[in-house]
Design a protein. Structure first.
Length: 256
């Protein structure tokens, strides 16, 4: 392959024109992938097109981290399920209304960031992502959390702040490794008693909800160091009793 052909392909890939980018991929196929490393590096910027056209398979089959934040995506390309070694997926700050069921095929995923999208529902298939240690769902339009979330028993951090959730499933109690749980700025009226089974919990934020009473056994979570109860209609006497039971915990609440 002549050097000027490599140069032409790179120019097409850098054109920011969809048709030109597709043409570049087609040229790479027509020359039987004899392009140079500079071309390969440019191709890697379009991982889903690599999947679509079957180029750079060794790259995308072994990709560990994919960052797609702030790209105005309205849907996650179907090709995502081919990224079988993916461990971290950042798709925050987009316009996604749903996650594809095929996301369940990303069985090696450890971190999923979907912060600040337009999700109204989570697929039950998310339960197959059993290696997840961090799940970030804040600033979406979720009205419920599926029971299947309880299958993610490797989670260390779960953030569901600023949604429209009114109920937390009892399966939350299965997340025994959870260290930080953020449920603030929702419409939650009560917490399931199973939340008291999260003995590794260090941080719990349930501020800005509609919670009027707390599970009695919350005082057994002696590992808690940060508890935010602000902007809930909880009686101050109940909060003070809880503070006394959790001497090592910084409890934030509305004081008269």
């Amino acid at each position: 392959m002549f050097p000027d052909e490599n140069k032409k392909i790179i120019q097409l890939l850098r054109s920011n024109d969809e048709q030109n980018i597709d043409l570049a991929f087609q040229l790479c196929i027509s020359i039987k992938e004899t392009y140079n490393e500079d071309v390969a590096s440019e191709l890697h910027k379009y991982v889903f097109k690599c999947v679509k056209y079957g180029l750079e398979k060794n790259y995308y089959k072994n990709l560990k981290t994919l960052e797609l934040e702030g790209q105005n995506l309205t849907e996650l390309p179907v090709e995502v399920h081919e990224l079988i070694c993916l461990e971290a997926l950042y798709i925050d700050n987009n316009q996604l209304e749903e996650l594809p069921k095929d996301i369940s095929k990303l069985s090696n995923l450890e971190l999923l960031n979907v912060h600040k999208n337009k999700l109204s529902i989570l697929p039950a298939e998310i339960s197959n992502l059993t290696k997840l240690t961090g799940l970030y769902l804040s600033e979406n339009q979720l009205s419920s959390i599926p029971q299947e979330l309880g299958a993610l028993d490797q989670l260390f951090e779960l953030t569901i702040s600023n949604n429209n959730i009114d109920k937390i499933p009892s399966s939350i109690g299965n997340l025994k490794k959870l260290v930080a749980l953020y449920l603030d700025k929702n419409n939650i009226e009560s917490l399931p008693v199973e939340i008291c089974q999260l003995y590794n919990l260090d941080t719990l934020n349930i501020s800005n909800n509609k919670i009027s009473t707390l599970p009695r056994d919350l005082e057994t979570l002696q590992g808690l160091h940060f508890l935010d109860l602000r902007h809930n209609p909880i009686a101050e006497s109940e909060i003070l009793r809880l503070k006394e039971s959790l001497p090592d915990c910084e409890v934030y609440y509305d004081q008269d």
